[in-house]
Ligand binder design. Structure first.
Ligand SMILES: [Zn+2]
Length: 135
């Protein structure tokens, strides 16, 4: 049973934009499309600086879980996946491990989309070095 009952995007809150500090709207909706207990999709949009953020969370909190998918044929590339911002992605066959950082976002994609993001990030590495330390 859903506690928010939102099939359509609804405005949930206002937060300070992490980029410019102005108030920014947070919109959300529930999605039961591929996870039986549902996920909450959050979209953040700053009208002042254009910052956009996205994240997903399970609607029912539980112990952290590990999902493993073995890609064996081209149809497997179409499998939908959702990753929350604190999620870790490992592809041992490629030697890839994507750890969550302070600017991590969640996403909903498919296996092919995840592989394309990895490929593109190898072509265009970030211009700024990763943050170190912190307070
Ligand atoms: Zn902003």
């Amino acid at each position: 049973m859903s506690f928010l009952c939102m099939a359509e995007l609804k405005k949930l809150a206002e937060l300070k934009c992490p980029k410019c500090g102005q108030d920014m709207e947070v919109w959300g909706r529930e999605d039961y499309g591929f996870w039986p207990e549902g996920i909450l999709e959050l979209t953040m949009n700053c009208k002042k600086c254009g910052y956009r953020g996205f994240d997903v969370f399970p609607l029912r909190l539980g112990e952290p879980s590990k999902l493993e998918i073995r890609v064996e044929d081209l149809d497997d590339l179409k499998i939908r996946v959702a990753k929350a911002s604190p999620g870790l992605v490992k592809i041992p066959e490629l030697g890839v491990e994507i750890k969550p950082g302070p600017a991590s976002e969640g996403y909903i994609s498919n296996i092919e989309g995840v592989l394309e993001v990895i490929r593109d990030s190898l072509k265009h590495p970030p211009l700024t070095p990763p943050l170190e330390g912190g307070e």
